[in-house]
Design a protein. Structure first.
Length: 414
């Protein structure tokens, strides 16, 4: 499948998880820093909340439309060029987004012009960043044996979860004094990720010839049906819960808006901590993806159901922590299941398909969740609990007969 790393020239870097973990951490931190500032930025620029919602939505749509294409390109042209192309484009577009926003804050740019800049920047950033998880997951599948892929994917999830906690915290500390400074930091982070990846990503391996000769897996490929459904439901659940928690704290717990915002922030911090801890634990487990998925879906579904009965902030924190723990078991296992179901020359397209399904859940979750919230404040939690619990009885997923000629020397902890 690929030549051994030992036969590579001296200018070729061996495979390791650390570059992928670093780029995942840095880029997620940049995204979360901007997300944490979205409300204050919108208010300062005179934009309505739905204006900021448009900017976020178009970024998600761009992700959905491009993820599968990026994954397929990595099958045909190699993982490194696609990863670097996506990271480079993301660095430029995200820096542009942050710098335009900073200029708008400093110079009093007209609201509509600022909105146009936000939409354009988020669209380009979403389109380019879609390459990173797709090609990254395929690179892991190229080098890590099936039994250890969930652990390797969990390492990336742990890095992202850490950034989900640190990014908003840093932005929250700086923002009261200066909105521009955290934007400039966010603009620089993807550039750091690109430079690090340029030096450390492996140069070994060639594009898969079979990818150019055979059609990629279809969207309806039955091998990917369960991973795609799981990816969509998982991200739909998380995006919905993130969107409604602030409203729920105010309406269900009877809190003032300022206190509700504080409680919602603590609940989301609990989510990041739980994801970090659980995905760190997965690295030392040898459970197959299907077992992790069933246990994770059951835990998350029951925890979201418990949120319906949460009448104090502590109970809300506990339910969000447990639901995130379940999702921490679910997410890396979905990527591993998809990788194990297809052949080597299909890994990129499979990873891109799963990523697109996650993007669709991210877009539809907040929209549908807020709609049914107006009917009953507990309705979003009941919906996502039912969807997750419905995934528990899923059948055994077949693993493709992938040749592991180069996998022996690669371990997730490298």
């Amino acid at each position: 499948m690929r030549k051994s790393d030992s036969a590579a020239g001296p200018d070729r870097m061996p495979f390791g998880l650390k570059p992928l973990m670093f780029q995942s951490f840095v880029c997620t931190m940049a995204i979360m820093t901007f997300a944490a500032l979205a409300g204050p930025i919108g208010r300062s620029l005179g934009l309505a909340p739905w204006h900021m919602g448009i900017a976020v939505t178009v970024g998600g749509l761009a992700w959905i439309l491009t993820a599968r294409a990026w994954g397929g390109a990595s099958d045909r042209h190699g993982r490194r060029p696609v990863l670097l192309g996506g990271l480079g484009g993301f660095a430029v577009s995200y820096a542009g987004l942050c710098l335009v926003t900073a200029l708008a804050l400093e110079d009093g740019m007209p609201a509509l012009m600022a909105l146009a800049g936000l939409v354009a920047g988020r669209t380009l950033a979403g389109a380019f960043f879609a390459a990173v998880p797709a090609a990254g997951a395929a690179l892991i599948a190229d080098h890590v044996p099936p039994a250890r892929r969930a652990a390797a994917m969990a390492a990336l999830g742990m890095a992202s979860a850490s950034a989900m906690v640190i990014g908003p915290a840093v932005a929250g500390l700086i923002a009261p004094y200066d909105l521009v400074l955290p934007l400039l930091v966010a603009a620089a982070l993807p550039v750091v990720a690109f430079g690090t990846s340029w030096w450390l990503l492996p140069r070994t391996g060639q594009p898969h010839r079979s990818a150019a000769l055979q059609p990629p897996p279809r969207l309806t490929d039955r091998r990917l049906r369960r991973p795609v459904i799981l990816a969509f439901v998982g991200m739909f659940a998380v995006a919905t819960a993130q969107m409604v928690v602030g409203f729920y704290a105010i309406d269900r717990l009877g809190l003032a808006p300022q206190e509700g915002a504080r409680v919602a922030g603590i609940a989301l911090t609990c989510v990041g901590i739980a994801l970090m801890l659980v995905q760190a634990m997965i690295r030392f487990l040898y459970w197959p993806p299907e077992v992790l998925i069933r246990f994770g879906a059951a835990l998350a579904g029951l925890a979201f159901l418990g949120t319906v009965f949460a009448v104090t902030p502590f109970l809300l924190y506990l339910c969000y922590f447990l639901s995130a723990a379940g999702m921490g078991l679910l997410w890396p296992s979905i990527s591993a299941m998809a990788a194990n179901a297809v052949e080597p020359h299909e890994q990129g397209t499979a990873a891109g398909t799963v990523s697109a399904a996650q993007g669709l859940g991210t877009v539809l979750g907040p929209w549908l969740g807020t709609m049914i919230y107006t009917v009953d404040v507990t309705a979003p939690y009941m919906l996502i609990a039912v969807l997750l619990l419905a995934l528990v009885p899923g059948g055994t997923h077949r693993t493709a007969g992938v040749r592991e000629s180069t996998h022996e020397a690669s371990k997730p902890g490298e």
